[in-house]
Design a binder for this molecule. Structure first.
Ligand SMILES: [Zn+2]
Ligand SMILES: [Zn+2]
Length: 154
């Protein structure tokens, strides 16, 4: 038997862009223009379970947030604000299997945009230009030529 496991931490999350195609085969290249639309799609189809707060006063309602449950208790069961808050706060989340789940395989959801966490790039100059000695620099290739990336030192 052969199995392949790839650690999530070792994978690079794709970066969302306009007209992002869902990479999961069963979605047949469906396109998304907004990040939050895609993330809603991801939660709806590519997460195995979801957690909900079931209403204790009726059987057919469950909400995603305590806020929503509170409003439901007030509007549909005529709870007072105080009773609704106490009931909602005391409700335990229940895990539901997603019936529409389509496995994303090895795909992971995209991130909204590229983030630079380690260093802040303050400027790019041609190699040979005068660089202040106290600046931290890195030689990188950009568009086929070598440039120095000047970084902020903290
Ligand atoms: Zn999809
Ligand atoms: Zn209810």
């Amino acid at each position: 038997m052969e199995s392949q496991q790839v650690p999530i931490a070792g994978r690079v999350r794709p970066i969302f862009h306009k007209d992002y195609h869902c990479p999961i085969v069963s979605c047949d290249g469906r396109k998304f223009s907004k990040f939050h639309q895609y993330m809603r799609h991801w939660r709806k189809f590519h997460t195995r379970t979801s957690s909900v707060l079931p209403c204790t006063a009726c059987v057919d309602y469950s909400s995603k947030t305590r806020m929503e449950l509170r409003e439901h208790l007030c509007h549909h069961h005529h709870f007072t604000m105080f009773a609704a808050k106490r009931t909602a706060d005391g409700t335990t989340r229940r895990t539901l299997m997603n019936p529409r789940y389509m496995s994303p395989g090895l795909h992971i959801p995209p991130i909204k945009e590229e983030v630079y966490i380690t260093e802040e790039i303050v400027g790019v100059v041609e190699v040979g230009d005068n660089i202040p000695r106290d600046m931290d620099t890195d030689m990188v290739e950009q568009d086929g030529k070598l440039v120095l990336v000047v970084k902020n030192q903290n």
